[in-house]
Design a protein around this ligand. Structure first.
Ligand SMILES: Cc1cc2nc3c(=O)[nH]c(=O)nc-3n(C[C@H](O)[C@H](O)[C@H](O)COP(=O)(O)O)c2cc1C
Length: 178
Protein backbone atom coordinates (compact mmCIF):
# COMPACT_ATOMS: atom_id res chain seq x y z
CA UNK A 1 0.00 0.00 0.00
CA UNK A 2 1.31 3.47 -0.87
CA UNK A 3 1.57 6.01 1.93
CA UNK A 4 -0.77 8.40 0.08
CA UNK A 5 -3.57 5.80 0.19
CA UNK A 6 -3.50 5.54 3.99
CA UNK A 7 -5.91 7.60 6.06
CA UNK A 8 -4.45 8.85 9.37
CA UNK A 9 -6.44 7.56 12.34
CA UNK A 10 -5.29 10.27 14.79
CA UNK A 11 -4.30 7.52 17.22
CA UNK A 12 -0.81 7.80 18.70
CA UNK A 13 1.26 4.69 19.35
CA UNK A 14 4.42 4.43 21.46
CA UNK A 15 7.67 2.49 21.72
CA UNK A 16 9.97 1.91 24.74
CA UNK A 17 12.17 4.84 25.84
CA UNK A 18 15.33 2.76 25.86
CA UNK A 19 14.93 1.44 22.31
CA UNK A 20 15.89 2.92 18.94
CA UNK A 21 14.15 2.73 15.59
CA UNK A 22 16.94 2.42 13.02
CA UNK A 23 17.12 2.64 9.24
CA UNK A 24 19.80 3.18 6.62
CA UNK A 25 19.35 4.53 3.11
CA UNK A 26 21.33 4.99 -0.08
CA UNK A 27 22.17 8.50 -1.32
CA UNK A 28 18.67 8.94 -2.77
CA UNK A 29 16.86 8.01 0.46
CA UNK A 30 15.89 4.46 -0.60
CA UNK A 31 15.86 2.17 2.41
CA UNK A 32 18.71 -0.38 2.56
CA UNK A 33 18.42 -1.54 6.19
CA UNK A 34 15.88 -1.50 9.02
CA UNK A 35 15.92 -2.97 12.52
CA UNK A 36 13.08 -5.04 13.99
CA UNK A 37 11.57 -2.08 15.85
CA UNK A 38 11.33 -0.15 12.55
CA UNK A 39 9.31 -3.02 11.07
CA UNK A 40 7.08 -3.16 14.13
CA UNK A 41 6.41 0.61 14.21
CA UNK A 42 5.84 0.84 10.44
CA UNK A 43 3.71 -2.28 10.14
CA UNK A 44 5.65 -3.49 7.08
CA UNK A 45 7.86 -6.56 6.73
CA UNK A 46 11.53 -6.06 5.83
CA UNK A 47 10.80 -7.41 2.32
CA UNK A 48 8.14 -4.76 1.82
CA UNK A 49 10.40 -1.98 3.12
CA UNK A 50 13.79 -2.59 1.49
CA UNK A 51 14.31 -0.55 -1.68
CA UNK A 52 11.36 1.73 -0.88
CA UNK A 53 11.76 5.51 -0.60
CA UNK A 54 11.73 6.75 2.99
CA UNK A 55 8.46 8.63 2.54
CA UNK A 56 6.85 5.17 2.94
CA UNK A 57 6.27 6.15 6.58
CA UNK A 58 5.66 9.87 5.99
CA UNK A 59 2.72 11.35 7.85
CA UNK A 60 0.76 13.91 5.79
CA UNK A 61 0.72 16.35 8.74
CA UNK A 62 4.51 16.72 8.70
CA UNK A 63 5.49 20.08 7.16
CA UNK A 64 7.42 19.78 3.87
CA UNK A 65 9.98 22.33 5.08
CA UNK A 66 11.29 20.04 7.84
CA UNK A 67 12.29 17.48 5.21
CA UNK A 68 13.81 20.21 3.06
CA UNK A 69 15.91 21.25 6.06
CA UNK A 70 16.85 17.59 6.65
CA UNK A 71 17.97 17.01 3.05
CA UNK A 72 19.73 20.39 2.73
CA UNK A 73 21.69 19.63 5.93
CA UNK A 74 22.56 16.06 4.92
CA UNK A 75 23.70 17.13 1.49
CA UNK A 76 26.23 19.40 3.18
CA UNK A 77 27.43 16.16 4.88
CA UNK A 78 26.26 17.42 8.26
CA UNK A 79 24.22 15.58 10.90
CA UNK A 80 20.74 16.71 11.93
CA UNK A 81 18.37 16.13 14.84
CA UNK A 82 14.67 16.55 14.09
CA UNK A 83 11.31 15.83 15.66
CA UNK A 84 9.29 13.75 13.22
CA UNK A 85 5.81 12.26 13.30
CA UNK A 86 5.70 9.02 11.32
CA UNK A 87 2.80 6.86 10.21
CA UNK A 88 2.20 3.14 10.74
CA UNK A 89 0.51 1.39 7.79
CA UNK A 90 -2.69 1.30 9.85
CA UNK A 91 -2.75 5.13 9.82
CA UNK A 92 -1.73 5.37 13.51
CA UNK A 93 1.19 7.69 14.22
CA UNK A 94 4.23 7.95 16.51
CA UNK A 95 6.65 10.75 17.34
CA UNK A 96 10.42 10.35 17.25
CA UNK A 97 13.50 12.46 17.85
CA UNK A 98 15.60 11.43 14.86
CA UNK A 99 19.37 11.74 14.56
CA UNK A 100 20.36 11.43 10.90
CA UNK A 101 23.96 11.27 9.69
CA UNK A 102 25.81 10.69 6.40
CA UNK A 103 27.54 7.28 6.11
CA UNK A 104 30.81 6.37 4.43
CA UNK A 105 32.38 3.16 3.13
CA UNK A 106 35.86 1.96 4.12
CA UNK A 107 37.40 4.06 1.35
CA UNK A 108 35.75 7.19 2.73
CA UNK A 109 33.18 7.46 -0.06
CA UNK A 110 29.85 8.93 0.95
CA UNK A 111 27.40 6.06 0.38
CA UNK A 112 24.18 6.95 2.18
CA UNK A 113 22.54 7.97 5.45
CA UNK A 114 21.71 6.46 8.81
CA UNK A 115 18.86 7.44 11.11
CA UNK A 116 18.35 6.39 14.72
CA UNK A 117 15.19 7.53 16.41
CA UNK A 118 14.43 7.69 20.09
CA UNK A 119 11.21 8.27 21.97
CA UNK A 120 10.91 12.04 22.48
CA UNK A 121 10.03 14.05 25.55
CA UNK A 122 6.22 14.45 25.75
CA UNK A 123 6.35 18.17 26.56
CA UNK A 124 8.45 18.81 23.46
CA UNK A 125 6.05 16.76 21.34
CA UNK A 126 3.23 19.06 22.47
CA UNK A 127 5.27 22.11 21.43
CA UNK A 128 6.18 20.53 18.11
CA UNK A 129 2.54 19.67 17.34
CA UNK A 130 1.59 23.30 17.66
CA UNK A 131 4.70 24.57 15.90
CA UNK A 132 4.32 22.16 12.95
CA UNK A 133 0.65 23.21 12.68
CA UNK A 134 1.85 26.81 12.20
CA UNK A 135 4.37 25.71 9.56
CA UNK A 136 1.66 23.74 7.73
CA UNK A 137 -0.59 26.79 7.75
CA UNK A 138 2.15 28.87 6.14
CA UNK A 139 2.80 26.16 3.55
CA UNK A 140 -0.90 25.80 2.70
CA UNK A 141 -1.26 29.52 2.01
CA UNK A 142 0.81 28.96 -1.14
CA UNK A 143 -0.58 27.05 -4.09
CA UNK A 144 2.97 26.20 -5.14
CA UNK A 145 4.56 23.58 -2.80
CA UNK A 146 8.10 24.90 -3.26
CA UNK A 147 7.11 28.49 -2.51
CA UNK A 148 5.14 27.37 0.57
CA UNK A 149 8.06 25.30 1.81
CA UNK A 150 10.45 28.22 1.40
CA UNK A 151 8.06 30.62 3.19
CA UNK A 152 7.72 28.19 6.12
CA UNK A 153 11.49 27.71 6.27
CA UNK A 154 12.00 31.49 6.21
CA UNK A 155 9.61 31.87 9.14
CA UNK A 156 11.47 29.12 11.00
CA UNK A 157 14.81 30.85 10.36
CA UNK A 158 13.32 34.18 11.53
CA UNK A 159 12.28 32.50 14.79
CA UNK A 160 15.82 31.17 15.27
CA UNK A 161 17.30 34.59 14.50
CA UNK A 162 14.92 36.17 17.00
CA UNK A 163 16.06 33.67 19.62
CA UNK A 164 19.70 34.19 18.58
CA UNK A 165 20.19 30.45 18.21
CA UNK A 166 21.01 27.79 15.61
CA UNK A 167 18.64 24.98 14.62
CA UNK A 168 20.70 22.38 16.53
CA UNK A 169 20.90 24.54 19.66
CA UNK A 170 17.15 25.17 19.46
CA UNK A 171 16.33 21.44 19.30
CA UNK A 172 18.59 20.71 22.28
CA UNK A 173 17.28 23.64 24.28
CA UNK A 174 13.73 22.26 23.92
CA UNK A 175 14.82 18.92 25.28
CA UNK A 176 16.82 20.44 28.14
CA UNK A 177 13.97 22.78 29.18
CA UNK A 178 11.28 20.08 29.13
C1 LIG B 1 18.25 8.33 6.66
C2 LIG B 1 16.92 8.99 6.38
C3 LIG B 1 15.88 8.78 7.25
C4 LIG B 1 14.63 9.36 7.02
N1 LIG B 1 13.63 9.10 7.91
C5 LIG B 1 12.39 9.58 7.66
C6 LIG B 1 11.32 9.26 8.54
O1 LIG B 1 11.48 8.61 9.59
N2 LIG B 1 10.09 9.74 8.21
C7 LIG B 1 9.86 10.51 7.09
O2 LIG B 1 8.70 10.90 6.86
N3 LIG B 1 10.88 10.84 6.26
C8 LIG B 1 12.12 10.40 6.52
N4 LIG B 1 13.15 10.73 5.68
C9 LIG B 1 12.91 11.74 4.63
C10 LIG B 1 12.32 11.17 3.37
O3 LIG B 1 13.36 10.80 2.50
C11 LIG B 1 11.43 12.24 2.65
O4 LIG B 1 12.21 13.38 2.38
C12 LIG B 1 10.21 12.64 3.47
O5 LIG B 1 9.46 11.54 3.88
C13 LIG B 1 9.30 13.61 2.69
O6 LIG B 1 8.74 12.97 1.62
P1 LIG B 1 8.00 13.75 0.45
O7 LIG B 1 9.09 14.47 -0.32
O8 LIG B 1 7.34 12.69 -0.36
O9 LIG B 1 7.07 14.72 1.07
C14 LIG B 1 14.42 10.19 5.89
C15 LIG B 1 15.49 10.39 5.00
C16 LIG B 1 16.73 9.83 5.25
C17 LIG B 1 17.87 10.08 4.31
Amino acid sequence: MAQKDITPTGKEIFFPENEFIVSKTDLKGKITYTNILFEKMSGYSRDEILGQPHNLIRHPDMPHCIFKLLWDTLQQKKEIFAYVMNMHRSGDHYWVLAHVVPTYDLMGNHVGYHSSRRSPNRKVVKQMQSYYRDLNNIERKHSNVKAGMQAALDSFNDLLKEKGTSYAEYIFSLNAAA
